[in-house]
Design a protein around this ligand. Sequence first.
Ligand code: UD1
Ligand code: CA
Length: 455
Amino acid sequence: MKLSVIILAAGQGTRMHSALPKVLHSLAGKPLLMHVIDTARGLGDAVDIHVVYGHGGKVVKNRLKANAINWVKQSEQLGTGHAVAQALPAIPSENMVLVLYGDVPLTQLGTLKSLVDVANEQSLGLLTAHLDNPSGYGRIIRDKHGAVNCIVEEKDATELEKKVNEINTGMLVVAADLLSKWLPALSNKNSQGEYYLTDIVEMAVKDGININTVNPESSMEVCGVNNKSHLAMLERYKQRQQADLLLSRGVTLYDPARFDLRGEASIGRDVVIDVNVILEGNVSIGDDTYIGSNTIIKDSQIGSGVTVLSNCTIENSIVGDCSHIGPFARLRPETCLAEKTKIGNFVEIKKAKIGTGSKINHLSYVGDSTVGKDVNVGAGTITCNYDGANKHHTVIEDHVFIGSASQLVAPVTLGKGSTVGAGSTITRNVEANELTLSRTKQTTRSDWKRPTKNR
Ligand code: UD1
Ligand code: CA
C-alpha cells in the first residue's frame, strides 16, 4: 500500500525564545524539520510528504524549498487532529498515513519501518514508549487484557491514569479513509479546547480496528524539542552517536565528547582527530591523516598523509596528499593545494592554486593566485590582490623564491625560477631566472644622535 507522511510543524515554539521558527533550529548542522523529512524519505521513493506549517511558514518554506513537499497551511493551531485534517484532502483515500512531528528529529528509520509494518486497513500502528517520568505526555490506557482502549492527555487524566508510564509519542500509522471518517467527528470539548488526534484511538476501538503498538529502541527517538535545553541535550546525544559510529569504523578520536560533526564525513583508515575538531557540511579525509585540536573543516577534501596542526580553519578547499598545514592557518574558499605543500602559521590563502612541494610558511596572504611547484614564499609576503574596486590575479611560476616581507601588486607574474629580494614591492612582471628587487639603498648617518628624554 502507498504511504503518505504528514509532518506536523505548525506549533509556535515560544519556549525557544527565538525569531527563528522552532523547526528551523539546527541539530548537528541540519534543521530539525530536515531530520524528519530525511528519515521519512528513507521509507521509499514513492512516499509523498505533507508538512503542516503555521508560525513562520514563509521562512520555513523558503529554507526547505529544494524539497518536494506539499506545504499545508494551518492558520490557527486548533489541535493535532485539526492539523492532520488540513493535509488529508491532498492524500488519496487508499493510502496509509504516517503522522510525524517536525520537532522530533531523532526517530530511527527502523522504528518507523516497524510502525508501518504493523498497520493496515484493519490495524492502527501506534508508537508508544515507557518513560520513568511520563509527565506532560498523553497516556496509553489499556484494558485488563492489555489491549489499548484510548489515549488520555495529561491535562484530562485522572490521578490513576497519570500513574501510567506508557506514553503516546504522537507518531502513528493509519489508513487515510479511516482518518477521513474519524477526523470530522472529533470534538474539542476537553481541557485545552483542542481537536485531539489522539481521540481517534477510541474511535478505532469502537469500529473494531486493532491497535498495534511499537516501541523505539531509545527514548531519545521520540524526544521533542520545546526549548534550548532539549535542543542541547539532543545535540549531545546525536554527536555521541556519530562519534561512536566513526570509532566503530576505526577513526581515532582522542575525545569523542569533544568532536562535532555537523554534516557528512567520509574518513579513511588510521586517521587521528584531536580534541575540539568541528567538521561541517561535506568533508572527506584520506588515510593516515592527523587533524589537530581546535580545527574547523567545512566542505573540504583533505588528502592522505596530511598533517593539519591545531587551530586551523579550512573552508571549501582541497588539500593534497602529504601536505602540512598550520598551526593557525586559514584556508578560505577555492584554495587548492597540490601534494606536499606546506602552509604554516598565520598564513591565509584564498582562491589560489598552490603547486606540488611549494611552501608558504609564515605570516603571509596569498589570494587570487596561481602558484607553481617548488615555490618558496618568504615570511610576510602579501599578494596585493585588491585595488579597492576589483580583484586581480597573481601568477608565481615554478621554482620562484620570494624574499620575506615582499608585496606583489596584482596583476603581476613572477617568471619561472625568478628570485625576489626581501622587502620588495613588485609592481611589474618579474623576468624568469633573474633576481629582482625594489629597495632603497641602505645608508648610514654618522652625524645622527639618538633623542634623549626631556627632564
Ligand atoms: C501531543 C499528543 C500527546 C503526546 C505528545 C507527544 C495530542 C492531542 N496529544 O501532545 O498525546 O504525548 O504530543 O509529544 O495529539 N501541532 C500542529 N498544529 C496544532 C497543534 C500541534 O501542527 O494545531 C504540532 C506541533 O507543532 C507539535 C505537535 O503537533 O510539533 C505536537 O503538538 P503539541 O501541542 O506539542 O502536543 P502535545 O500537547 O505535546
Ligand atoms: Ca509537545
